[in-house]
Design a protein around this ligand. Structure first.
Ligand SMILES: [Zn+2]
Length: 74
């Protein structure tokens, strides 16, 4: 793994990460990294991030590998 020159990512403040499973009736998500649809009953990773403006956003990844590819410092 080489260091990324993406300075925007370095400013992100990771608040929380967790493993989640969608249950029936939930909207489906797409993996933030590879774009794969995350369907019900599939375990996925969610990350809560606060950006430099103080805004909270949530990002979802179909697997841990996608999460660490997007956020190597997580
Ligand atoms: Zn993915």
């Amino acid at each position: 793994m080489e260091a990324s020159s993406n300075t925007a990512a370095a400013e992100l403040n990771i608040q929380n990460k967790s493993t989640r499973i969608l249950v029936g009736g939930s909207p489906s998500y797409r993996c933030d990294y590879c774009g794969q649809v995350i369907n019900e009953q599939i375990r996925f990773s969610g990350v809560t991030i606060r950006d430099p403006n103080g805004e909270i956003t949530e990002h979802f990844f179909c697997e841990e590998k996608c999460m660490t590819s997007q956020y190597p410092d997580i």
